[in-house]
Each structure stands twice: as structure tokens, then as C-alpha cells.
Design a protein around this ligand. Structure first.
Ligand code: NAP
Ligand code: F7E
Length: 344
């Protein structure tokens, strides 16, 4: 494909932003992206593309409307991907106001810039399964969410993203902007931040095996998530903007697993079989063969309100975008563990 389309991307230094930038550059786009000034390097995930002739990096922060207005008025993009966020659910309880500024008002700032300077562009908003909150499961014993399911966010992050969701929909309805929400269920990878549960498990258990750490210390072992691979999900984001009509889509695998299952699968790749003993905060995981302690629970990782269980129904994305997740949990775990065995 040889196109001169221009994309404006926030959050390029994050997991999804790095994969999306690769995808857009491969498709021939000129990519303008914002990155934050930091006192340490925050470009680890994009080192390999930073010198690309069609990638233009700008200092930016979506809490600064003057910065976003100026950049969008200069770049005049065809497509905008807003991936920037304070994306950590547990941290959002500690910095709720900041989370709202970035995840809620930040989205509004970009929409306003688009309305003023490139109203014919297409806008992708990184929305989330955290909007649902898992309460259906608590009430009814099930919890497969689709695009028509009711929302009940359970964290300042979820509530801020709910504003983002509705302001996107409102600008679509009020001003006819092409703006859509990708309601993405959890997606992980070798590039996942190391404080999210999957990557925490793979890095910490590899470190235990290498003798660099004593034990994996974890929170709620029974939370259930619908985990896919991030590289496949950024393709779905792009496909949403290639439609004729702006709509909201779920991307998910349609399967859910417990945190403890993720631990067991990681252990298996490292040659251990976990035996669980005890319950609640006293529960511990041992290597069945040697009796070595591998996992313990620390309530400091529990959240003030938890999302117990999430499963997404990706049928609409399959039908209208031709998108489906192909990488299952087994392959996801294997890829993450193999990467961490080389790098931790
Ligand atoms: P991530 O790895 O945490 O990346 C977040 C990105 O946002 C980073 O580039 C970060 O920059 C940037 N950022 C944070 N605050 C900013 C600000 N004030 N101004 C400008 N940039 C800022 O997140 P991710 O997993 O790639 O997720 C991408 C997006 O999808 C996020 O909006 C997230 O909420 C949403 N989402 C993620 C998932 C998932 O499972 N991964 C699921 C649903 C929705 P620094 O590198 O400088 O920190
Ligand atoms: O937690 C439990 C925790 O932090 C998953 C973000 O990308 O996906 C992500 O949010 C589950 C929760 O992701 C630990 O309580 C147990 O039930 O990996 P997580 P998240 O909260 O689902 C959504 C879709 C997003 O939109 C977000 O941006 O695992 N858990 N023990 C733990 N979680 C962490 N982080 N650390 C633990 O030690």
C-alpha cells in the first residue's frame, strides 16, 4: 500500500502505541506522535523505529490544550489515534484527579482540536472493558459483554474512560465527527508494562528461576480476564477507521481465565507445577516437586473495588471488520516467558 495519509498518535511510547506506529509506518502513513519529556528514557519500545523517515516525534501532553491544539492545527491529520492515558487501574485510586485530567478531559481536548482544525479526520479513542465493571457476573453469574451491555465502572480509571466514551459519542452525534470507541478487553505482550498482572507474573517468575528474586507477591488470584495479544488488537483499531461510518466496537478473545491460571501456565513453561495450599491471604503456591515457595499473596495489591470477571463478545468486530484474535492464552504466555527469559 502506498499512501500519504497522515496519522496523529498519542501514547506512542506505550505498549499499544509502539505496535500501532509500526503498523501505520508499514502501511505507508506519515506518523506524527506525541511523547512526554521524562527525566529517564521512555522510548524503549520505539527505539527501533525512531529514525524512520516518516515518523515525526513531538513533545506533547494531552493535559496541555495549547500543545494539542497547536500540533493538530499544524499536522492536520487524516486519522487521530488517542492512546495516551494514565492506564493503570490500581494507580487511578491513588491519583484520581490526574487520571480524570488525562483520560477524560484529555480526550475532550483532542476532539475540540479536531473540530477546529480537521473536522473531516477520523478519530480512534482507546476505550476499555473497564467500563463494564464485571457487576453482571456478580448479580447473574455470567458476564459476556457486547456493545449494548450496560456500564458500571469500578475505578477512577473506569469512570474517567466512561467520560471519554460518551464525549466521543456526543461529538459524533452533535457535530457529525467520525469518532469511534474501541472497547478493548485486556491485551498483553512482551512489551506490556511490568506492573500489569501478566507481565508482573512472567518477569517475576523468570527472576525467581534465575535466583534474582525470592518469590512472586500477588493480589487477587481469582480475578478473571479476557487476555489477547496487543499486536493483533492494533490492527483492529486501524480497521475501525477504515469503515464508512463511525461506530463503536469490542475487541476481545471471548475467553476468560483466572490470574492463578496465568501463574500456573507461566510456571509450566519454566518447568514447575504449582501446588496451592491455604486460602485467602494465607494462600501460597509451591513447586510440587521440590516444595519451593513460588507465590504468595499480599493484600496491598487488592483494590478498593475489584472487577471480578470480564469476557467480551467480539462478534460485531468479526462480522464488520473481519477481525478476530488468533493468539490464545497458551501462545501469549509462551511468547512473554520466552522474551523475559532472554531479557530479565
Ligand atoms: P500504556 O502502556 O500505559 O501507555 C500509555 C501511553 O500514554 C504512554 O505512551 C504514556 O507515556 C502516555 N501518556 C500517559 N499520560 C499522558 C499524558 N498526560 N499526555 C500524553 N501521553 C501520556 O498503555 P497501553 O496498554 O499501551 O494502552 C493504550 C491505551 O489503551 C490507553 O489509553 C489504555 O487506557 C487503553 N486500554 C488498554 C488496554 C490494555 O489491555 N492494554 C485495554 C483497554 C484500553 P509515557 O511512556 O511517557 O508514560
Ligand atoms: O489487573 C488482578 C487485578 O492491572 C488484572 C489496563 O490495561 O486492562 C488493564 O486493567 C487483574 C485485576 O489490568 C495483581 O486486581 C492480582 O483484577 O493487569 P491488571 P486491569 O486492571 O484489568 C484494562 C482493560 C484497561 O483498560 C487498563 O488500562 O489482576 N491482580 N494481583 C493484579 N493486578 C496487578 N496489576 N498487580 C497485581 O499484583
Amino acid at each position: 500500500m502506498n499512501t500519504k495519509k497522515i496519522a496523529f498518535l498519542t501514547g506512542i511510547t506505550g505498549q499499544d502505541g509502539s505496535y500501532l506506529a509500526e503498523l501505520l509506518l508499514d502501511k505507508g502513513y506519515v506518523v506524527h506522535a506525541t511523547m512526554r519529556r521524562a527525566s529517564t528514557f521512555n522510548t524503549e519500545r520505539i527505539e527501533h523505529i525512531m529514525e524512520h523517515e516518516r515518523l515525526h516525534l513531538h513533545h506533547g501532553d494531552i493535559t496541555d490544550p495549547t500543545n494539542i491544539m497547536r500540533l493538530i492545527s499544524e499536522v492536520k491529520p487524516d486519522e487521530i489515534y488517542n492512546l495516551a492515558a494514565q492506564s493503570h487501574v490500581a494507580v487511578s485510586f491513588e491519583v484520581p484527579h490526574y487520571t480524570a485530567q488525562v483520560d477524560a478531559t484529555g480526550t475532550l481536548t483532542i476532539l475540540e482540536a479536531m473540530r477546529a482544525h480537521c473536522p473531516n479526520a477520523k478519530f480512534y479513542q482507546a476505550s476499555t472493558s473497564e467500563l463494564y465493571g464485571g457487576m453482571e457476573y456478580n448479580k447473574n453469574g455470567y458476564g459476556v459483554y457486547n456493545e449494548r451491555s450496560a456500564f458500571h465502572p469500578r475505578s477512577p480509571y473506569g469512570v474517567a474512560k466512561l467520560y471519554g466514551f460518551w464525549i466521543i459519542k456526543n461529538y459524533r452525534e452533535s457535530y457529525g465527527l467520525f469518532a469511534c470507541n474501541g472497547i478493548l478487553f485486556n491485551h498483553e505482550s512482551e512489551r506490556r508494562g511490568k506492573t500489569f498482572v501478566t507481565r508482573k507474573i512472567t518477569t517475576n517468575m523468570v527472576q525467581v528461576q534465575k535466583g534474582k528474586r525470592n518469590v512472586l507477591t500477588i493480589g487477587n488470584l481469582d480475578a478473571e480476564r479476557d487476555w489477547g495479544h496487543a499486536q493483533e488488537y492494533v490492527e483492529g483499531m486501524w480497521r475501525m477507521l477504515q469503515q464508512d461510518k463511525a461506530q463503536d466496537f469490542i475487541l476481545a478473545t471471548g475467553k476468560t481465565y483466572k490470574v492463578r491460571t496465568f501463574i500456573e501456565m507461566t510456571a509450566k513453561h519454566l518447568g514447575w507445577e504449582i501446588e496451592w495450599k491455604g486460602s485467602g491471604v494465607e494462600e501460597k503456591g509451591y513447586d510440587k516437586e521440590t516444595g519451593k515457595l513460588l507465590v504468595e499473596v499480599d493484600p496491598k495489591y487488592f483494590r478498593p473495588a475489584e472487577v471480578d470477571r470480564l469476557i467480551g463478545d467480539p462478534a460485531k468486530a468479526k462480522e464488520m471488520l473481519g477481525w478476530e484474535a488468533k493468539i490464545g492464552l497458551e501462545e501469549l504466555v509462551e511468547r512473554m516467558v520466552n522474551y523475559d527469559l532472554k531479557h530479565e
